[in-house]
Each structure stands twice: as structure tokens, then as C-alpha cells.
Design a protein. Structure first.
Length: 246
């Protein structure tokens, strides 16, 4: 796959660059350039990111960072079994546990939520940092819902991190998941409260908490530029009484 000339490979993290030092220089540069493209495209064009990851994998399948990138790219296009294979390989090569939550989520993706739930109780979870532990809790709650246990999902998400007023990178997603779980068991008033808390913490727009909150409040947003939008009571001549006034 073509790579823009301005992509040199120097853009990758130092830790990844060090892993690539085991390769011949020219090969290392080619692999690095493909990994840069994976990172750039993962969120905006998952299919192309997947293509670049496969190219990197063909060049250097024995490098942990390459296997990890291939795992994320496979995950991004919904190839969960393939992603799990790559993540397992990366973990064997590096010994790191940081991929444990996403490996568990891959188990959910291939229809084995009970396995994901079992992974939430493994010793590896205690080795994760706080963000990783929160991610594992989110995956476990999702597994509970997959298994038809929505009440258990609510309980799973109840934690000191959820109760904390401190806003962390994962706060919005945790609050959102809790709100969604509450809604699934019919606790609408509480769900509304937690969607509002999620929206408050979501400065980066990682969730649609604001939209969910508006939906619960009975509000509907209409795109004024959409020619197919159904706009009622249009005042063509400007002589209609202003709305909301007596």
C-alpha cells in the first residue's frame, strides 16, 4: 500500500523504535512507516489501517509492537478472533499485561462473554494500572449484559472510581456505561442523572451522553440544513405568533 513521502517512520514512539532496532535498518524503516499509517488511520479509516497493519506484519511478525498494532487494527474492523491471536502473540513477546482488557473484549466479540468474565477475575487484573482496571470493569459489565444479567452489570460498575468526583480520561466512559446499564433495568431517573454526569466529564466528545440525555428529556434535534427535515408550523410569511408567548 502506498505511503506518503512525508511519512519517515521517525514519528513512532521511542519504545517501538527500540523494538525495531533488531531489524536491518532499511526493513526497520519500512515497518515503522507502516506502523505510522496504522496509528494515523485507526480512528478515521479502520479498513486502510488494517491493510497497513498486515503489511507491517508480513515484514516483521516477530516484533511485539507490530503484533500489537495488528491486533488493534483487526479489532477496529471487527475481526475479533484475529485480533485476539495478535494480542496473545504480543503479550507472549513483551510480557506486558496492558492488553488484558481488550483481549477480554475480543472474547466477548467472538461470543464468549463467560470467558471475558473469567478473565476479569484473573491475577493479571491486579497488575493493571488504574485505567486498565477501569477498562476491565467496563468489559466485565458488558459481558454480564451479553449473558442476560443486566442487574449484575449495574453492580459490576459500582466502584470507588465511579463514585469519585475526580475527572480522569476514563471517567466519562465509566459514567456513561453505568447510565446505560441503569436504563437497561428501567431505572430511568438514575440513568438520566448519570448521563448528565457523563456529559459533564466528556470534554473530548468520546460519548454521545448529551444526545442520550436529550432523548430522555424528550428533545429532538433537527438539522436546519437538511432538506428532508420535517419542520412543523413553518412561518413562511412571518405573520405567525411567536412560539412560547401568550
Amino acid at each position: 500500500m502506498p505511503i506518503p513521502d512525508e511519512v519517515t517512520g521517525d514519528e513512532i514512539d521511542r519504545s517501538v523504535r527500540q523494538e525495531l532496532m533488531s531489524l536491518p535498518k532499511t526493513l526497520a524503516v519500512d515497518v515503522a512507516r507502516n506502523l505510522v499509517m496504522v496509528a494515523r488511520l485507526l480512528d478515521e479509516d479502520a479498513e486502510r489501517a488494517y491493510g497497513y497493519s498486515r503489511a507491517a506484519l508480513r515484514l516483521a511478525s516477530r516484533v511485539g509492537a507490530v503484533r500489537e498494532a495488528a491486533g488493534f487494527a483487526s479489532y477496529g474492523v471487527g475481526k475479533y478472533a484475529e485480533a485476539l491471536t495478535e494480542f496473545r502473540a504480543a503479550r507472549r513477546m513483551t510480557g506486558s499485561v496492558h492488553l488484558w482488557p481488550i483481549m477480554a473484549d475480543c472474547e466477548r466479540g467472538i461470543g464468549r462473554p463467560e470467558r471475558a468474565l473469567a478473565m476479569a477475575g484473573e491475577p493479571e487484573v491486579r497488575q493493571l494500572d488504574k485505567a486498565g482496571q477501569v477498562e476491565m470493569r467496563l468489559v466485565a459489565a458488558g459481558a454480564r449484559r451479553d449473558m442476560g444479567q443486566p442487574e449484575a452489570a449495574v453492580v459490576t460498575l459500582q466502584s470507588p472510581e465511579l463514585a469519585s468526583s475526580s475527572v480522569q480520561p476514563w471517567t466519562a466512559r465509566l459514567r456513561y456505561a453505568y447510565a446505560d446499564a441503569l436504563l437497561a433495568v428501567g431505572r430511568e431517573d438514575e440513568a438520566r442523572e448519570w448521563f448528565a454526569k457523563a456529559a459533564e466529564a466528556d470534554q473530548g466528545g468520546t460519548t454521545d451522553a448529551s444526545d442520550r440525555l436529550a432523548e430522555l428529556d424528550g428533545l429532538e434535534f433537527v438539522d436546519a440544513l437538511d432538506p428532508d427535515a420535517d419542520v412543523e408550523d413553518e412561518d413562511v410569511d412571518g405573520d405567525e405568533e411567536p412560539r412560547g408567548q401568550a
